[in-house]
Design a protein around this ligand. Structure first.
Ligand SMILES: Cc1cc2nc3c(=O)[nH]c(=O)nc-3n(C[C@H](O)[C@H](O)[C@H](O)COP(=O)(O)OP(=O)(O)OC[C@H]3O[C@@H](n4cnc5c(N)ncnc54)[C@H](O)[C@@H]3O)c2cc1C
Length: 383
């Protein structure tokens, strides 16, 4: 007989795992369909580069409460220094000014993802959702695990697969890549994060343990000429950042990925809800992608817990969720896209507007408070 569920979650990344954990006490029949991670290489390859993630306070609290992050494993950001290389105008956001313990916490995405996967073991079905058919209620899903195919049914399918299943359309190609890893600097970080905009793309330095983690966007063209030698890489990084932190040294292994703004083509058809990176993938500037995905999780969990089981996946349920999430998703997408494009522009008028914008934010405490709240809370910061 075909197994039947109330909710099937496709994907056990951080968003899929957080979704499953948010539903675990609701008395629903749920399953998380996700492929097993690849077996570790033998002999082990060099350690994978740290991919830093800055979690806003609400995301941090949620993941800690769910047990996905252990207390004291993150590095708090107490101050964010935002500037534009070679232009006037800069602003500083401080946790103390906004009576907050911190503006966020920095953790390693890879470790978080491994922990997320392990935490869904009680609900896990190994495999990948291949496709689904809807001939009314319920949906029928085809699951493939290696060469074996299987069929299950569900009232609601939550796609948290990062964008493989419901294909994403590319809205903008930034013609940039993001380099990430860790590096040491002569001066200690003192829990200060830097977001430094340059004509090529933003460079974020995030306090991470006793080091800095970096996410450095450069033009795609430069990706091929970036030095592989550690010392030369540090020199290039210092050349972009400047001398404020002293000498850069001891860079870790690093990797780079292309940067695209993508959005799900047709979100939220009947019986199917798309969350996290499966709904959109953003430029990493301002560190909003996972925070936005976790706000999807919070609102979907609240909607599911206040719905009758029979109504899960109904057209009305799916449409109501889409409506609830529209403003936050659109505003976050627009803000990160604006930051990524405005500051990478070499036009003098745009440069002037950007510089004046940064200087004005710095001069106006309410504007600084709004920016801090916007980064922490998403659309809830909009009065
Ligand atoms: C360099 C960089 C820096 C970033 N910095 C930040 C930051 O500071 N703050 C922030 O909030 N965000 C940041 N982000 C964004 C953040 O990493 C992503 O938004 C987040 O990891 C998305 O999580 P997810 O669970 O939605 O998707 P994913 O992590 O992509 O997980 C999807 C999962 O689904 C599984 N899957 C795929 N296909 C199927 C299928 N058919 N069936 C079942 N399972 C499937 C995959 O195996 C995977 O485990 C950054 C991103 C980058 C690249």
């Amino acid at each position: 007989m075909t197994a039947r569920y109330d909710v099937v979650i496709a994907g056990a990344g951080v968003v899929g795992a957080a979704m499953a954990l948010a539903l675990r006490d609701l008395g629903l029949k749920i399953v998380v369909v996700a492929p097993l991670p690849p077996a570790p290489a033998s002999p082990p390859a060099r350690a994978a580069p740290v991919r830093p993630i800055a979690l806003a306070a609400p995301s941090w609290e949620m993941l800690t409460a769910q047990g996905l992050i252990e207390a004291n494993t993150g590095t708090p950001i107490e101050t964010i220094h935002i500037s534009w290389r070679g232009r006037f105008g800069r602003t500083v956001l401080s946790a103390r000014e906004h009576q907050l313990p911190s503006l966020g916490q920095v953790v390693d995405a890879l470790q978080l993802e491994q922990h997320a996967f392990r935490s869904v073991a009680p609900f896990h079905m190994a495999g990948e959702v291949e496709h689904w058919t809807s001939n009314g209620d319920p949906l029928t899903l085809a699951i493939r695990n290696d060469a074996v195919s299987n069929t299950i049914e569900t009232r609601l399918l939550v796609l948290a697969d990062g964008g493989g299943l419901g294909p994403l359309e590319t809205v903008h190609d930034y013609a940039q890549v993001a380099w990430f890893g860790t590096v040491r600097t002569t001066r200690p970080h003192a829990n200060i994060a830097y977001e430094r905009f340059t004509d090529e793309g933003p460079l974020a330095l995030l306090p991470f343990g006793d080091r800095y983690a970096f996410v450095w966007a450069t033009s795609s063209a430069r990706a091929t000429t970036m030095p592989s030698d550690d010392e030369a890489f540090c020199a290039a990084l210092a050349g972009t950042f400047g001398e404020r932190l002293g000498h850069f040294h001891d860079v870790s292994m690093r990797a780079c990925i292309p940067l695209l703004l993508k959005r799900a083509r047709a979100t939220d058809t009947s019986g199917v809800i798309v969350i996290g990176n499966a709904a959109q993938t953003l430029h990493p500037v301002a560190g909003q992608g996972l925070n936005l995905g976790l706000r999807d999780v919070c609102q979907l969990a609240a909607a599911i817990s206040s719905s009758s089981t029979d109504a899960l996946g109904s057209a009305a349920f799916v449409a109501a969720f889409g409506k609830q999430r529209r403003i936050d998703r659109a505003a976050t997408m627009r803000t990160t896209d604006l930051f990524a494009r405005l500051f990478a522009s070499s036009g003098s008028l745009v440069a002037l507007v950007g510089s004046i914008g940064l200087a004005s934010i710095d001069a106006l405490p309410p504007a600084r408070a709004f920016l801090a709240r916007r980064m922490l809370l998403g659309a809830r910061a909009i009065p």
